[in-house]
Design a protein around this ligand. Sequence first.
Ligand code: APR
Length: 311
Amino acid sequence: MDKKVTVIGAGNVGATAAQRLAEKQLCDVVLVDIAQGLPQGKALDLSEAAPIEKHDAKIEGANEYESSKDSDIVIITAGIPRKPGMSRDDLISTNMKIMKDVTAQVAKNSPNAIIIIVSNPLDAMCHVAFDASGFPKNRVIGMAGVLDSARFRTFIARELDVSVENTHAFVLGGHGDTMVPLPRYSTVAGIPLTELLPADKIEELVQRTRDGGAEIVGLLKTGSAFYAPASAAVEMAEAILKNTKKILPCAALLDGEYGINDLFIGVPVKLGANGIEDIIQIKLTDKEQQALNKSADAVQELKDKLKELAG
Ligand code: APR
């Protein structure tokens, strides 16, 4: 295929993302993981499904980065996931080290790639990857908002008994308890959600969205969500590979947008061949802006923690 995407971390999120990329015939895929045999085994298994799934994507597994050379996109899922009782932020010191190592390899082997970060705590990991890669800010993008808004859309569709395809939802802010779902900008077949559901029901769905990751961790017990996170990362990759200019909520490094500086925060961005091609600024009410500022404060705290951990 013309395009090549490397997925780092061949665990639950990484392998599922590889499967979706291949089955959508978007690109060849290289799966990289430190675990010996794991990426090779999963890549071979996925390749052997190709005749049945009807695609010709090449899928390769490796423990080093040689075969990932000159990838168009690198999706980083390497790291440890949450266990019950853990917050995303509890993962910071382990995943920071992994992210630093991995991104340095990515920058060396695929200097022109666009990086999509999935590992948690997401916003903090974006900062690590941005610093370690030296890439411009349009080429370091965090996956959070697409997942959070997909969760919100699922709950809206179930509540109203309508197709998920009729739902649109916007979720801003960090990928944590302070995320900011925006009911005012969420619609069903173009109708604002606020006209379809009472405020208390909307608040219930918003809270379930905020707790969406923890709900799944609580059920799985051995790890965190992976089907929807992989779908979300692949939706972003598809917009970039096909240069569709799709507007999606992603973590982007802000430079004054929404009154926030030097922080990765979830905002609507336009995704195309150059990665983040625009940051869309929507008008927020005072209350919404305050919620976004609170979310930015939480990301700033994590950024400070990274500094502390780096010594
Ligand atoms: N280089 C490459 N791969 C690594 C490295 C490294 N330095 N360190 C760990 N890994 C691999 C592990 O060997 C494992 O196969 O990352 C993979 C992670 O897979 P899982 O444990 O299944 O975790 P997963 O559910 O995929 O979540 C990965 O994404 O959603 C986030 O919070 C989640 O941070 C977590 C990440």
